[in-house]
Design a protein around this ligand. Structure first.
Ligand code: SF4
Ligand code: SF4
Ligand code: FES
Length: 349
Protein backbone atom coordinates (compact mmCIF):
# COMPACT_ATOMS: atom_id res chain seq x y z
CA UNK A 1 0.00 0.00 0.00
CA UNK A 2 1.07 3.59 -0.57
CA UNK A 3 1.56 5.50 2.72
CA UNK A 4 1.71 9.29 2.91
CA UNK A 5 2.98 10.95 6.06
CA UNK A 6 4.60 14.16 7.18
CA UNK A 7 7.54 14.25 9.54
CA UNK A 8 8.81 17.14 11.63
CA UNK A 9 12.55 17.19 10.91
CA UNK A 10 14.84 19.02 13.32
CA UNK A 11 18.55 19.64 13.50
CA UNK A 12 19.73 20.83 16.93
CA UNK A 13 23.07 21.99 15.51
CA UNK A 14 21.40 24.53 13.21
CA UNK A 15 18.09 24.93 15.08
CA UNK A 16 16.22 24.40 11.80
CA UNK A 17 12.81 22.74 11.92
CA UNK A 18 10.71 21.75 8.91
CA UNK A 19 7.62 19.63 8.23
CA UNK A 20 8.49 17.35 5.31
CA UNK A 21 6.07 15.16 3.32
CA UNK A 22 6.95 11.55 2.34
CA UNK A 23 5.24 8.83 0.31
CA UNK A 24 6.44 5.23 0.36
CA UNK A 25 5.23 1.80 -0.63
CA UNK A 26 4.92 -0.65 2.28
CA UNK A 27 3.14 -3.94 2.99
CA UNK A 28 -0.45 -3.92 4.30
CA UNK A 29 0.81 -5.11 7.69
CA UNK A 30 3.32 -2.28 8.06
CA UNK A 31 3.53 -0.34 11.30
CA UNK A 32 4.67 3.25 11.56
CA UNK A 33 8.14 1.96 12.44
CA UNK A 34 8.26 -0.21 9.30
CA UNK A 35 7.21 2.85 7.30
CA UNK A 36 9.95 4.99 8.82
CA UNK A 37 12.47 2.24 8.01
CA UNK A 38 11.41 2.40 4.35
CA UNK A 39 11.66 6.21 4.35
CA UNK A 40 15.17 5.94 5.80
CA UNK A 41 16.26 3.15 3.45
CA UNK A 42 14.79 4.46 0.22
CA UNK A 43 14.15 8.20 0.52
CA UNK A 44 16.32 9.94 3.12
CA UNK A 45 19.05 8.16 5.07
CA UNK A 46 19.50 11.15 7.38
CA UNK A 47 16.14 10.62 9.12
CA UNK A 48 16.82 9.96 12.82
CA UNK A 49 14.62 7.91 15.19
CA UNK A 50 15.17 5.25 17.84
CA UNK A 51 14.16 1.61 17.61
CA UNK A 52 15.27 -1.81 18.77
CA UNK A 53 12.84 -4.66 19.46
CA UNK A 54 10.11 -3.82 16.90
CA UNK A 55 7.61 -5.58 19.19
CA UNK A 56 6.58 -3.16 21.92
CA UNK A 57 8.94 -4.37 24.63
CA UNK A 58 12.10 -2.24 24.53
CA UNK A 59 10.46 1.19 24.77
CA UNK A 60 12.83 2.80 22.26
CA UNK A 61 10.43 4.00 19.57
CA UNK A 62 8.30 6.53 21.48
CA UNK A 63 7.26 9.48 19.29
CA UNK A 64 4.12 11.45 18.49
CA UNK A 65 1.56 10.82 15.79
CA UNK A 66 -0.87 13.70 15.25
CA UNK A 67 0.16 15.16 18.60
CA UNK A 68 -0.31 12.07 20.78
CA UNK A 69 2.52 9.91 22.10
CA UNK A 70 2.67 6.39 20.66
CA UNK A 71 5.05 3.51 20.11
CA UNK A 72 5.90 3.51 16.40
CA UNK A 73 6.10 -0.29 16.33
CA UNK A 74 2.55 -0.58 17.73
CA UNK A 75 0.74 1.68 15.22
CA UNK A 76 -0.59 -0.11 12.15
CA UNK A 77 -0.74 2.15 9.09
CA UNK A 78 -3.53 0.36 7.17
CA UNK A 79 -6.53 1.93 8.97
CA UNK A 80 -4.93 5.36 8.62
CA UNK A 81 -4.29 4.88 4.90
CA UNK A 82 -7.85 3.56 4.42
CA UNK A 83 -9.28 6.65 6.10
CA UNK A 84 -7.33 8.90 3.73
CA UNK A 85 -5.62 10.69 6.60
CA UNK A 86 -2.02 11.88 6.31
CA UNK A 87 -0.53 11.64 9.83
CA UNK A 88 2.01 14.10 11.19
CA UNK A 89 4.92 12.47 13.01
CA UNK A 90 6.96 14.43 15.55
CA UNK A 91 9.22 13.84 18.53
CA UNK A 92 7.88 13.25 22.05
CA UNK A 93 7.06 16.27 24.19
CA UNK A 94 8.59 17.49 27.47
CA UNK A 95 12.05 16.37 26.35
CA UNK A 96 14.54 18.39 24.29
CA UNK A 97 14.92 17.24 20.68
CA UNK A 98 18.37 16.09 19.61
CA UNK A 99 17.55 15.30 16.00
CA UNK A 100 14.27 14.68 14.14
CA UNK A 101 12.40 12.12 16.30
CA UNK A 102 15.21 11.50 18.80
CA UNK A 103 14.87 13.21 22.18
CA UNK A 104 17.28 13.72 25.07
CA UNK A 105 16.29 11.12 27.68
CA UNK A 106 18.98 11.82 30.31
CA UNK A 107 16.62 13.82 32.59
CA UNK A 108 14.08 10.98 32.24
CA UNK A 109 16.63 8.36 33.33
CA UNK A 110 17.90 10.56 36.16
CA UNK A 111 14.38 10.76 37.58
CA UNK A 112 13.99 6.99 37.30
CA UNK A 113 17.35 6.44 39.06
CA UNK A 114 16.26 8.89 41.81
CA UNK A 115 13.44 6.57 42.90
CA UNK A 116 15.98 3.77 43.57
CA UNK A 117 14.53 1.31 41.06
CA UNK A 118 15.81 -1.79 42.86
CA UNK A 119 14.63 -3.92 45.78
CA UNK A 120 16.03 -3.11 49.20
CA UNK A 121 15.09 -6.08 51.39
CA UNK A 122 16.60 -4.46 54.51
CA UNK A 123 19.20 -7.16 55.18
CA UNK A 124 22.70 -7.73 53.88
CA UNK A 125 22.79 -11.49 53.86
CA UNK A 126 20.20 -13.46 51.95
CA UNK A 127 18.41 -16.22 53.84
CA UNK A 128 19.05 -19.83 52.97
CA UNK A 129 15.50 -20.33 51.75
CA UNK A 130 13.80 -18.60 48.87
CA UNK A 131 11.13 -16.09 49.84
CA UNK A 132 7.82 -17.02 48.31
CA UNK A 133 5.48 -14.16 47.38
CA UNK A 134 1.87 -14.89 46.46
CA UNK A 135 0.23 -13.69 43.25
CA UNK A 136 -2.27 -11.81 45.40
CA UNK A 137 0.53 -9.81 47.04
CA UNK A 138 2.00 -8.98 43.65
CA UNK A 139 -1.37 -7.96 42.17
CA UNK A 140 -1.00 -4.53 43.83
CA UNK A 141 1.88 -3.76 41.46
CA UNK A 142 0.79 -5.89 38.49
CA UNK A 143 0.36 -2.89 36.21
CA UNK A 144 3.45 -0.97 37.36
CA UNK A 145 5.60 -4.00 36.56
CA UNK A 146 4.61 -3.73 32.90
CA UNK A 147 6.41 -0.43 32.29
CA UNK A 148 8.91 -0.50 29.41
CA UNK A 149 10.27 3.00 30.13
CA UNK A 150 9.26 4.40 26.76
CA UNK A 151 8.52 7.92 28.03
CA UNK A 152 5.14 8.28 26.27
CA UNK A 153 3.47 9.26 29.56
CA UNK A 154 6.15 11.86 30.32
CA UNK A 155 5.70 13.29 26.83
CA UNK A 156 2.05 14.12 27.60
CA UNK A 157 2.35 15.15 31.26
CA UNK A 158 0.72 18.50 32.05
CA UNK A 159 2.44 18.86 35.40
CA UNK A 160 5.86 18.41 33.76
CA UNK A 161 5.06 21.07 31.22
CA UNK A 162 4.55 23.53 34.09
CA UNK A 163 7.38 22.17 36.23
CA UNK A 164 10.12 20.24 34.40
CA UNK A 165 11.44 19.14 37.82
CA UNK A 166 8.22 17.23 38.60
CA UNK A 167 9.26 13.63 39.08
CA UNK A 168 6.83 12.60 36.34
CA UNK A 169 4.52 9.63 35.74
CA UNK A 170 7.14 7.09 34.62
CA UNK A 171 9.44 7.57 37.62
CA UNK A 172 6.49 7.65 40.02
CA UNK A 173 5.02 4.46 38.55
CA UNK A 174 8.46 2.89 39.02
CA UNK A 175 8.45 4.23 42.61
CA UNK A 176 5.13 2.47 43.27
CA UNK A 177 6.46 -0.73 41.72
CA UNK A 178 8.96 -0.91 44.63
CA UNK A 179 6.84 0.69 47.39
CA UNK A 180 4.19 -1.97 46.76
CA UNK A 181 6.60 -4.91 46.50
CA UNK A 182 6.25 -7.07 49.63
CA UNK A 183 9.97 -7.95 49.45
CA UNK A 184 11.05 -4.31 49.83
CA UNK A 185 11.66 -2.97 53.33
CA UNK A 186 12.29 0.74 52.86
CA UNK A 187 8.74 1.65 51.94
CA UNK A 188 8.43 4.53 54.44
CA UNK A 189 11.76 6.05 53.36
CA UNK A 190 10.67 5.80 49.73
CA UNK A 191 7.28 7.39 50.44
CA UNK A 192 8.84 10.30 52.33
CA UNK A 193 11.10 10.99 49.34
CA UNK A 194 8.25 10.74 46.84
CA UNK A 195 6.25 13.26 48.91
CA UNK A 196 8.91 15.92 48.28
CA UNK A 197 8.58 19.29 46.55
CA UNK A 198 8.28 17.89 43.03
CA UNK A 199 6.62 14.64 44.08
CA UNK A 200 3.26 12.89 43.98
CA UNK A 201 1.09 15.77 45.14
CA UNK A 202 2.16 17.97 42.19
CA UNK A 203 0.29 15.73 39.73
CA UNK A 204 -2.65 17.65 38.26
CA UNK A 205 -4.68 14.44 37.72
CA UNK A 206 -5.17 15.15 34.03
CA UNK A 207 -5.00 11.38 33.34
CA UNK A 208 -3.16 11.90 30.03
CA UNK A 209 -0.49 9.45 31.19
CA UNK A 210 -3.11 6.72 31.66
CA UNK A 211 -4.59 7.52 28.29
CA UNK A 212 -1.29 7.47 26.40
CA UNK A 213 0.61 4.64 28.07
CA UNK A 214 0.92 1.91 25.40
CA UNK A 215 1.35 -0.86 27.98
CA UNK A 216 -1.60 -0.26 30.30
CA UNK A 217 0.58 0.77 33.26
CA UNK A 218 -1.83 3.59 34.17
CA UNK A 219 0.77 5.76 35.93
CA UNK A 220 -1.86 8.09 37.40
CA UNK A 221 -3.30 5.10 39.29
CA UNK A 222 0.21 4.38 40.58
CA UNK A 223 0.45 7.96 41.85
CA UNK A 224 -2.95 7.59 43.55
CA UNK A 225 -1.66 4.43 45.22
CA UNK A 226 1.43 6.28 46.45
CA UNK A 227 -0.83 9.00 47.91
CA UNK A 228 -3.03 6.41 49.64
CA UNK A 229 0.02 4.58 51.01
CA UNK A 230 1.42 7.89 52.29
CA UNK A 231 -1.81 8.67 54.17
CA UNK A 232 -1.88 5.10 55.51
CA UNK A 233 1.65 5.58 56.90
CA UNK A 234 0.74 9.02 58.27
CA UNK A 235 3.10 10.81 55.88
CA UNK A 236 0.85 13.83 55.59
CA UNK A 237 3.13 16.85 55.89
CA UNK A 238 2.59 17.97 52.29
CA UNK A 239 -0.35 20.28 51.56
CA UNK A 240 -1.62 17.79 48.98
CA UNK A 241 -1.82 15.04 51.62
CA UNK A 242 -3.55 17.38 54.07
CA UNK A 243 -6.02 18.30 51.32
CA UNK A 244 -6.75 14.61 50.63
CA UNK A 245 -7.18 13.87 54.34
CA UNK A 246 -9.71 16.67 54.67
CA UNK A 247 -11.69 15.26 51.75
CA UNK A 248 -12.02 11.99 53.66
CA UNK A 249 -12.94 13.62 57.00
CA UNK A 250 -15.41 15.97 55.37
CA UNK A 251 -17.25 13.30 53.36
CA UNK A 252 -17.26 10.89 56.30
CA UNK A 253 -18.78 13.40 58.74
CA UNK A 254 -21.21 15.27 56.49
CA UNK A 255 -21.41 13.36 53.20
CA UNK A 256 -20.14 16.29 51.18
CA UNK A 257 -17.10 18.53 50.82
CA UNK A 258 -17.04 21.45 53.27
CA UNK A 259 -15.10 23.81 51.05
CA UNK A 260 -15.11 26.73 53.50
CA UNK A 261 -12.94 24.71 55.85
CA UNK A 262 -10.73 23.27 53.11
CA UNK A 263 -8.14 26.07 53.13
CA UNK A 264 -7.64 26.32 56.94
CA UNK A 265 -7.57 22.52 57.28
CA UNK A 266 -5.03 22.22 54.46
CA UNK A 267 -2.86 25.32 54.93
CA UNK A 268 -3.39 26.01 58.65
CA UNK A 269 -4.81 29.21 60.17
CA UNK A 270 -1.80 31.37 59.18
CA UNK A 271 -1.88 30.11 55.60
CA UNK A 272 -5.64 30.70 55.46
CA UNK A 273 -5.22 34.28 56.68
CA UNK A 274 -2.88 34.95 53.76
CA UNK A 275 -5.74 33.97 51.43
CA UNK A 276 -8.17 36.46 53.03
CA UNK A 277 -8.09 38.87 50.09
CA UNK A 278 -8.85 36.08 47.63
CA UNK A 279 -11.64 34.72 49.90
CA UNK A 280 -13.24 38.16 50.15
CA UNK A 281 -13.17 38.53 46.36
CA UNK A 282 -14.91 35.13 46.05
CA UNK A 283 -17.45 36.10 48.73
CA UNK A 284 -18.28 39.33 46.88
CA UNK A 285 -19.17 37.21 43.83
CA UNK A 286 -21.32 34.87 45.90
CA UNK A 287 -18.90 31.95 45.55
CA UNK A 288 -18.35 31.28 49.26
CA UNK A 289 -20.95 29.14 51.01
CA UNK A 290 -22.10 30.46 54.43
CA UNK A 291 -19.92 29.12 57.29
CA UNK A 292 -22.88 27.70 59.20
CA UNK A 293 -24.98 25.84 60.03
CA UNK A 294 -22.99 22.83 58.83
CA UNK A 295 -24.94 21.07 56.10
CA UNK A 296 -25.22 17.32 56.47
CA UNK A 297 -26.26 15.40 53.35
CA UNK A 298 -29.47 13.39 53.62
CA UNK A 299 -27.61 10.23 52.54
CA UNK A 300 -24.59 10.76 54.77
CA UNK A 301 -24.99 7.22 56.13
CA UNK A 302 -24.01 5.86 52.72
CA UNK A 303 -20.74 7.80 52.80
CA UNK A 304 -20.07 6.56 56.34
CA UNK A 305 -20.95 2.98 55.39
CA UNK A 306 -18.49 3.18 52.48
CA UNK A 307 -15.77 4.52 54.77
CA UNK A 308 -16.40 1.73 57.31
CA UNK A 309 -16.44 -0.92 54.57
CA UNK A 310 -13.02 0.19 53.31
CA UNK A 311 -11.68 0.00 56.88
CA UNK A 312 -13.28 -3.40 57.57
CA UNK A 313 -11.83 -4.84 54.37
CA UNK A 314 -8.39 -3.44 55.17
CA UNK A 315 -8.50 -1.52 51.93
CA UNK A 316 -6.76 1.61 53.09
CA UNK A 317 -3.55 2.33 51.24
CA UNK A 318 -2.89 1.08 47.70
CA UNK A 319 -5.37 -1.79 48.05
CA UNK A 320 -8.21 0.75 48.04
CA UNK A 321 -7.31 2.27 44.68
CA UNK A 322 -9.50 0.91 41.93
CA UNK A 323 -7.35 -0.60 39.20
CA UNK A 324 -7.85 0.35 35.55
CA UNK A 325 -9.89 -2.05 33.49
CA UNK A 326 -6.97 -3.42 31.49
CA UNK A 327 -5.04 -4.28 34.65
CA UNK A 328 -8.06 -5.96 36.19
CA UNK A 329 -8.73 -7.95 33.04
CA UNK A 330 -5.17 -9.25 33.13
CA UNK A 331 -5.42 -10.27 36.78
CA UNK A 332 -8.80 -11.95 36.19
CA UNK A 333 -7.30 -13.83 33.23
CA UNK A 334 -4.43 -15.15 35.38
CA UNK A 335 -6.83 -16.18 38.14
CA UNK A 336 -9.22 -17.85 35.68
CA UNK A 337 -6.30 -19.78 34.17
CA UNK A 338 -5.21 -20.87 37.63
CA UNK A 339 -8.75 -22.04 38.50
CA UNK A 340 -8.86 -23.90 35.18
CA UNK A 341 -5.53 -25.62 35.88
CA UNK A 342 -6.67 -26.57 39.38
CA UNK A 343 -9.91 -27.98 38.02
CA UNK A 344 -7.98 -29.95 35.38
CA UNK A 345 -5.62 -31.21 38.11
CA UNK A 346 -8.55 -32.41 40.22
CA UNK A 347 -10.00 -34.27 37.25
CA UNK A 348 -6.79 -36.19 36.51
CA UNK A 349 -6.20 -37.16 40.19
S1 SF4 B 1 -2.17 12.58 35.60
FE1 SF4 B 1 -0.45 13.59 36.65
S2 SF4 B 1 1.36 12.42 36.10
FE2 SF4 B 1 -0.28 11.83 34.67
S3 SF4 B 1 0.04 13.15 32.89
FE3 SF4 B 1 -1.43 14.20 34.23
S4 SF4 B 1 -0.20 15.53 35.56
FE4 SF4 B 1 1.21 14.07 34.61
S1 SF4 C 1 4.29 4.12 32.27
FE1 SF4 C 1 3.68 3.50 30.20
S2 SF4 C 1 4.05 5.32 28.96
FE2 SF4 C 1 5.14 5.63 30.87
S3 SF4 C 1 7.20 4.92 30.47
FE3 SF4 C 1 6.08 3.19 31.33
S4 SF4 C 1 5.26 2.05 29.59
FE4 SF4 C 1 5.89 4.07 28.83
S1 FES D 1 11.04 -0.75 18.82
FE1 FES D 1 10.96 -1.57 20.86
S2 FES D 1 9.12 -0.74 21.66
FE2 FES D 1 9.10 -0.13 19.57
Amino acid sequence: MEVALKIWRYDASTGQRALKPYEVDVSDEATLLDTLDVVKDKVDGTLAYRKSCRMMICGSCGMRMDGRAILACKERMKPIVDSGHVPVISSMGNMPIIKDLVVEMDPFWKKVRDVKPWLDPGYDEASEKERVVSQQQMNVIAKESLCIMCGCCVSECNAMEADPDFRGPAALAKGMRFVGDPRDNIEVERLNELNDEHGIWDCTRCYFCNERCPKGVDPRDAIAKLGAESVKHDITWDLGAKHAKWFITSTKTTGWLRETELVPKTQGILGALKETKFALALARRGKVPPPGPIHVAADVDEARALYNLVKEQGRDGAAGIVQGERGLARIEHVEAEKAHEEAAGDGSA
